[in-house]
Design a protein around this ligand. Sequence first.
Ligand SMILES: *[C@@H]1O[C@H](CO)[C@@H](O)[C@H](O)[C@H]1NC(C)=O
Ligand SMILES: *[C@@H]1O[C@H](CO)[C@@H](O)[C@H](O)[C@H]1NC(C)=O
Ligand SMILES: *[C@@H]1O[C@H](CO)[C@@H](O)[C@H](O)[C@H]1NC(C)=O
Ligand SMILES: *[C@@H]1O[C@H](CO)[C@@H](O)[C@H](O)[C@H]1NC(C)=O
Length: 965
Amino acid sequence: MDMLGRRRYCPFASHGFLLLILLPSLFLFHHAPVAAGAGAPSSEPQLSSTQEAIMVNISSVVGNSRFNTTSNPCTWSGVTCTRSGSSLVVTNITLSNYGISDSSIFASICRIQTLQSLDLSRNSFTDLSTQFFPPSCSMKEDLRLLNLSTNQLRHPLSNLSGFRQLEVLDLSSNFFTSTNLSADLGSFPKLRSLNLSSNELNGNVPTSMVDSLVELVLSGNQLIGSIPSGLFRYENITLLDLSQNNLTGHVLNEFKSLAKLETVLLSGNKLSGEIPASLSNVATLSRFAANQNNFTGLIPSWITKHVRMLDLSYNNLNGTIPSDFLSHPGLQSVDLTSNQLEGPIPSYLSPSLYRLRLGGNRLRGNISNSICNGTELAYLELDNNQLTGNIPSELGKCSSLSLLSLASNKLNGSMPGTISKLQKLVVLKLQNNSLTGPIPDTFSAHLSILNLSQNSFSGGIPSGIFKLPKLSNLYLQDNKINGAIPISISSSKSLIELNLGDNALDGTIPTMPSTVSTSLLNLSHNFLTGPIPSSINSLSGLEILDLSHNKLSGEVPASLGSLPSLIQLVLSYNNLSGYLPRFGQNVEIDIKGNPDLVNGTGNNNSTSTTGKKNPHTVVIIIFTIAGALVGLCVLAVIVMMSLSKRIYRVEDEGLPAGESVPQIINGCLITMNSIHTSAIEFTKAMEALSNHQNIFLKTRFCTYYKAVMPNGSTYSVKKLNSSDKIFQIGNQEKFSREIEVLGKLTNSNVMVPLAYILTVDSAYLIYEHAYKGTVSDLLHGGKSDVIDWPSRYSIALGVAQGLTFLHGCTQPVLLLDLSTKTIHLKSTNEPQIGDIELYKIIDPSRSTGSFSTIAGTVGYIPPEYAYTMRLTMTGNVYSFGVILLELLTGKPSVSDGIELAKWALSLSARPDQWEQILDTRVSGTSIAVHSQMLSVLNIALACVAFSPDARPKMRNVLRMLFNSK
Ligand SMILES: *[C@@H]1O[C@H](CO)[C@@H](O)[C@H](O)[C@H]1NC(C)=O
Ligand SMILES: *[C@@H]1O[C@H](CO)[C@@H](O)[C@H](O)[C@H]1NC(C)=O
Ligand SMILES: *[C@@H]1O[C@H](CO)[C@@H](O)[C@H](O)[C@H]1NC(C)=O
Ligand SMILES: *[C@@H]1O[C@H](CO)[C@@H](O)[C@H](O)[C@H]1NC(C)=O
């Protein structure tokens, strides 16, 4: 991809380079005597003056504020010196996540012959050409470890050769290419660990590395062909990761020769045939993932004897699950979702198994009542099978369960009270079975989602259900529930969706809760009587209200007309009377079957609804609305396409040969702002992508490009790295729908998409371009100026405002990846939260790693994500707390392998140590600043509390931040 053949060097960069050579020497004259002498006894070994000069050079590139340039460079954080004879030499340099982009640093580093370890990962380098990194670079001679991962380097791999001693090479998450991978990798005679994941490598899996290789990571490239037999020569290999490529064919059955393998990841390819049986000979294998391939044949019965983490989901495996398959000691996680497995579920589970997913198979028989004997299971999915019989009350012994899904089976009998009493249960899904009997009265205080719909539950709704403090989604529709709706509903705190449709409920509708976030209320197809309570107007987030097919009478309360979020109102087939109040233009209303109800106030869009609509299935309604939106968009696309085709032809001639602009298959303007609608040109946006020079930011899931429109205005185009199979862009309608909802948000601290474009294999979002770096760049970018407290405080406030807004939306918007790297700056004190769409379009269950590896950036991930498997607002609060700590300390979220939050929490145990947490460069500026920083530290520590329950809600965080002014 980067074979543009016209790489340009910015003239300013070369000036900068000269300047940097001159400046440090000035510096040196000032400080060298202090640094070398400074009170140290003369017997102490010293750095040679040559290396000292080089280090001062380096510090000026990194930004002098990072290092105390008046002290000995060997004391700088990230620099390690070792005694060599009578003097010290620099051996290790670690400058990770410093936001450095100036490649002239390489020219200095190259002169450190004694260097053994160089870690410049997570910076913004784009240039590693011979100008900065000459073939004669003497640092190459002794270097053992080179880590340049997560930069923006776009070079042929062949640029990196001549490292005769290199043992560890990590170039992951860049844009490296290779025309001959085997030739390029043959030139590292000592290599033990190689990580080239997430680059742009193509061709076959190479086998030219040195025989002693121990770790090989090539995931996330475009490698093709089958897994070569030459790979089975690496007898000492422990880690083999070939996932997320385009590999095909059968996997050779030769794993016997790789007797030290610990981790094998083949996920997300097109591999076929059987899972190779020779893996059974590898006693050290502890993790095996081959999900999302086309593997066939029987499920390998032997594999769980050794393997602790197994993922074979989304293949075509068949046969039965052997009875001892899940019981081997040490087994931790098994995912066999979406295969064609038959027969019963084994009766005994390993004591260490915490995650079992068997959904989407053809499993039959009963759920064994011994399945929970002595297990720590936290996550159990058996949905979409053909399981029969009762739910055993012994499931209540799985006391650690946080998610239980038995949905869409053929289970009958009643629901055992032991399940509803499971103390840690957060999600319970039993819908679409044949369950009978009453709904239990008590549930776990953590219960958030309860779906019992499409069963035959009878009796009343227990009043305790609405007192559950965290219950957000309650689905009881399509049962035989009778009696009145408990009045306790009025005290419900967190309901988002409530569906009680298709039951036999009677009595009147009680006073409604004042939960602002309730968006769906469906009470249709019951026997409810009396008036519609005017208290419904307190549900200010209500979008869909369906009261149809009841016996409601009286007038429609005028206050319904002022529900700000309402888009759908279904009142058909009741006994309502009087005049229908006036509703907003965009509310779709159905009042048919109410002979005495008069639509006299000009709701011209009412009753025009079709008789075909089935009002009790809200899903259909939602689709109709989405369909209408998509329809609008399609119109816009046709207009845009016909406009842009013309321009496309003209511009096409200007493109370099061999570069092609991705074919737009759908593009849609979401914004109504005419400035943007007239400026944004989809073809122009796509053209910007063909030039790597336009990239200004690359994050874990996205790449941002700058695009100049024909009228001269600039926009940001964000490419979602959709080759990663955790993205669900495949379903374009769903994608469009989600993005359009987000596009309607308005908050100055949130990056809201103006338009989107879909191509055959990717999705792109268009934003206003006001990018002045990320908060991470600002704090850790190596600029010499220390960012003052007022700027830091207004960043904290801005992010808190944006996040409070997102959490308070009718459909709360959660952040999958909230870190200082995903918060953009419009100016030094105006932050904008980016990547708000990720949680909607990423399906963590399709990932090869655990949920916590998907959900966010290391250092920002709340501890509970490791086992809860779901994004939460409290999880976001934790990440926000880490951001506050970064602003307070000036330190990155992880340094020297220690998470900032854990570091701050451990120091905070003693109030006299609080001083040490704060960034003294800032806290020392005034007493007022110091005291404000201490009160913000208090808030930050509350946000990163270990227990999710102990963390404050965002709106309280915001209030506290305001109060600490
Ligand atoms: C920098 O180092 C010198 C010498 O070790 C020391 O006297 C001075 O206090 C340090 N300055 C800062 C800001 O830490
Ligand atoms: C320095 O680098 C060497 C070689 O990679 C490594 O073995 C050693 O642990 C590193 N030392 C420090 C203090 O990081
Ligand atoms: C594998 O490791 C063993 C023990 O360290 C060593 O003797 C052997 O030479 C290694 N094999 C290769 C192919 O390097
Ligand atoms: C994967 O390989 C197939 C043929 O083997 C090719 O048609 C397809 O374009 C490749 N996909 C990618 C993303 O490289």
